[in-house]
Ligand binder design. Structure first.
Ligand code: FAD
Length: 398
């Protein structure tokens, strides 16, 4: 391995570089990023940045010590694999590599036609967050399309800033894309408590400057419109390269994070990876995966042969609550609820037989920490004990 090119200078790209250097790789590394900014952290964008607590979420990196050729504001436009390496094209010229790591992440999906309407925001980049923050002023009407993770966090910030906030969700519960309706319904009251209007089963017909029209004829006035309906892997530049993509455009990688092209690897939000643990391919668009997969890849590139087979984890902070999730619940067929206790906090567990396979904890970090160990180990758990909020999760192991 003579030189490594990392395409995409987000969390996963940076962690690849840090992982290689930490494990002693001293050869040349080029880190290519489409944005003008040095690598920065995205979770704070919808939290501290929108709340006005910080304006800069750059990772704290000693770039001189890292000794990496950092090419910012340069977009990979095509991949031309060759014998034992290849070239990546950019508008400013080609970059040759021996090994390529694809880490181009994901981009926010817009509503059809919304790109032409003034005042419509998505939230993926620091520039998006700074632009949206200027709109979150007391009394402003903010309409958010989508009650997913991002929609809930934006609603939290907008309500806290004193905006008149409405969330429009096409499905029947918040987070319906990620959680069963029975669990999602437990998030519903949080909106009203925060003074946010939540319209469920409400479909957007069209947007116009200053308003969102629903299919039932309702016109919602909006000083700012935020579309939070999900992301898609940012991989169009790989067309024709031979790198295999799934139906969503995610780069298909094996348990060693190898793509279908020799010498080309992929990590982070742009990937779908083979999970032996769950017997399926996983598409995990969360921070923890963008931290761990690059570390596993670095070890593999330097001669290791351990499979990357994580238990997925993520968190969200909404309406003053820390929500944490570990595992993969489609693997489990039975939902067991734990609480709420008198403080309103609760946990949900998913079981396959007696095995706890996933857990969602609302403001119960101890449940999460203890449950994580059980999920990781595949331990059999006593469901009746689990359902009793007064029994510590660790004591429910059989
Ligand atoms: P990205 O962060 O998307 O980075 C990819 C980089 O590649 C980008 O900078 C992009 O500009 C660049 N790029 C794209 N195409 C090209 C190209 N052709 N050439 C060169 N460069 C290119 N996760 C959690 O677990 N918990 C949270 O609370 C949470 N909150 C979030 C809040 C927000 C607002 C957002 C946007 C995400 C949040 N996430 C959260 C998700 C988490 O941030 C992502 O999983 C993580 O950023 C993925 O890292 P990545 O490097 O794979 O992709």
């Amino acid at each position: 391995m003579e030189n490594v090119l990392v395409a995409g200078a987000g969390m996963a790209g940076l962690q690849t570089v840090l992982g290689l250097r930490d494990l002693g790789y001293t050869g040349p590394i080029t880190l290519l990023g489409a944005e003008e900014h040095r690598p920065y952290d995205r979770p704070p964008l919808s939290k501290e940045v929108l709340a006005g607590k910080t304006d800069d979420t750059s990772f704290d990196v000693d770039w001189a010590a890292l000794d990496v050729s950092l090419l910012l504001g340069r977009t990979a436009t095509a991949l031309r694999p060759g014998d034992g390496g290849g070239r990546v094209e950019t508008a400013e010229g080609e970059i040759a590599f021996d090994r390529l790591v694809i880490a181009t992440g994901a981009r926010a999906i817009g509503l059809p036609g919304a790109g032409d309407v003034h005042g419509v925001h998505v939230l993926r980049t620091i520039d998006d967050a700074r632009a949206l923050r200027t709109e979150l002023v007391p009394g402003a009407h903010v309409v958010i399309v989508g009650a997913g993770w991002i929609g809930a966090e934006v609603a939290t910030a907008a309500a806290a800033a004193g905006c008149r906030t409405t969330v429009v969700e096409a499905l029947d519960a918040p987070l319906a894309g990620a959680l069963p309706a029975e669990v999602g319904a437990r998030f519903t009251p949080w909106y009203a408590e925060a003074g946010v209007e939540l319209l469920l089963g409400a479909r957007v017909d069209r947007l116009e400057p200053g308003a969102v029209h629903l299919t039932d004829g309702t016109r919602l006035p909006a000083d700012a419109i935020v579309v939070g309906i999900g992301v898609r892997p940012d991989t169009a530049w790989l067309a024709g390269s031979g790198v295999g993509l799934d139906e969503r455009g995610a780069v298909i990688v094996d348990s060693r994070l190898r793509t279908s092209v020799p010498g080309v690897y992929a990590v982070g939000d742009c990937t779908v990876f083979a999970s032996a643990r769950y017997g399926t391919r996983l598409h995990v668009e969360h921070w923890d995966n963008a931290l761990r997969a690059p570390r596993a890849l670095a070890a593999h590139l330097l001669g290791g042969d351990e499979a990357y087979d994580p238990v997925p984890y993520f968190w969200s902070e909404q309406f003053g609550r820390m929500v944490q999730y570990v595992g993969h619940h489609p693997a489990g067929d039975e939902l067991v609820l734990r609480g709420p206790g008198p403080d309103g906090k609760w946990t949900a567990g998913w079981f396959a037989g007696d095995t706890l396979v996933a857990l969602l904890a609302v403001a119960r970090p101890r449940d999460l920490a203890q449950g994580r160990r059980l999920v990781q180990a595949g331990t059999a758990v006593d469901k009746a004990g689990f359902a009793d909020i007064d029994v510590p999760v660790k004591d429910t192991a059989r």
